[in-house]
Design a protein around this ligand. Structure first.
Ligand SMILES: NC(=O)c1ccc[n+]([C@@H]2O[C@H](COP(=O)([O-])OP(=O)(O)OC[C@H]3O[C@@H](n4cnc5c(N)ncnc54)[C@H](O)[C@@H]3O)[C@@H](O)[C@H]2O)c1
Length: 313
């Protein structure tokens, strides 16, 4: 198949491109390089099935493709809050453009949505039936509400125009090639530990997060895209919940760091708990995460260590 991956030069996108090429597909990687980087896909450039397109999805584009993975969107608060209006445009106008393309060339389209559509959840763990508790006017709203509208657009193009859609709600994912400067907990802790700097924990560190290793996530994305008769939304994430403080201690241990753990006030709108209910993914896709946190962290730490020692971000 000819497969378009928007945001293909980003963290998740680059791993997905690699996987799809490995399966023998032709891959069109489209990216505006806002948070993505050429070095993420350097190793794919010589592959005969790989094409790179520098383009911004808020502008329309016409391509002949069979599948569209719509991943383009900055994913971490530092990046999506840099230009919040642009973030909303990417989710809204970008998704409209990709849905228009899917409609025109009759491609199947998968939207990368997020656990952030649940906001600060009052239901725990979150099932796909939960509508969420999202602040519409906060600093995170450009991302959260943008992704919620993207889901709405997907459903309406499906109902109104019969577009073949898939929606996945991705929970925290980590692994090699995550941006060193994305300000999220995994990269923060790993970088701080590798530099023997203090590890910054917000609040008392009792808030929990679940972390899914990138290979598991990519497996879930591909299964969902190729699953017949099920459009989602479906949660993809790791249900194993870890308090942030415990996570910090694990990273210090695995890096053999001399870092201390220090505490800072909780930022606004920071969710207290986040855990996916993945019953639906198990049932419909036969999917669940397989890579244990320790193994995933070792592989992530090795990649960060190599990049930091080479002076790359
Ligand atoms: N990483 C996670 O834990 C996570 C969790 C939930 C959802 N997601 C979603 O998965 C997708 C990929 O996330 P990621 O972690 O790989 O982030 P990332 O920032 O590494 O990748 C996003 C990519 O999209 C590109 N991009 C951004 N705006 C664009 C635009 N207007 N036009 C074209 N390209 C554009 C960026 O340059 C980058 O390469 C995003 O849609 C994100 O919202 C990620």
């Amino acid at each position: 198949m000819r497969i378009l991956v928007t945001g293909g030069a980003g963290f998740i996108g680059s791993h997905l491109c690699e996987r799809l090429l490995g399966e023998g597909h032709d891959v069109l990687c489209l990216d505006n390089f806002f948070t993505g980087a050429k070095r993420n896909i350097d190793h794919l450039l010589d592959h005969h099935g790989f094409e790179l397109i520098r383009h911004d999805i808020i502008e329309p584009i016409l391509l002949e493709v069979d599948r569209i993975y719509n991943l383009a969107c900055p994913a971490s608060p530092v990046h999506y809050q840099y230009n919040p209006v642009k973030t909303t445009k990417t989710s809204v106008m970008g998704t409209i453009n990709m849905l228009g393309l899917a409609k025109r060339v009759r491609a199947r389209i998968l939207q990368a949505s997020t656990s952030e559509v649940y906001g600060d959840p009052e239901v725990h763990p979150q099932t796909e039936a939960y509508w969420g508790n999202v602040n519409p006017i906060g600093l995170r709203s450009c991302y959260d509400e943008g992704k919620r509208v993207a889901e709405t657009l997907m459903m309406d193009y499906h109902r109104q125009n019969g577009v073949d859609i898939r929606i996945v709600r991705i929970f925290n994912t980590y692994g090699p090639r995550m941006a060193v400067n994305d300000g999220r907990v995994v990269s923060n802790f790993v970088v701080q530990a590798l530099r023997n700097d203090d590890l910054t924990v917000y609040g008392a560190g009792e808030q929990t997060r679940s972390f899914c290793f990138i290979d598991d996530l990519v497996e879930g994305l591909v299964r969902m895209m190729e699953c017949d008769g099920f459009i989602g939304p479906v949660n993809l994430g790791n249900p194993v919940e870890t308090p942030i403080i415990e996570f910090a201690r694990r990273i210090v241990e695995l890096t053999g760091s001399r870092s201390e753990i220090v505490y800072r006030p909780l930022p606004a709108d920071d969710p207290k708990q986040r855990q996916p209910d993945i019953s639906l993914a198990r049932q419909k896709l036969g999917w669940e995460p397989r890579v244990p946190l320790e193994e995933g962290l070792r592989r992530t730490i090795a990649d960060f260590a190599a990049r930091l020692s080479a002076g790359r971000s």
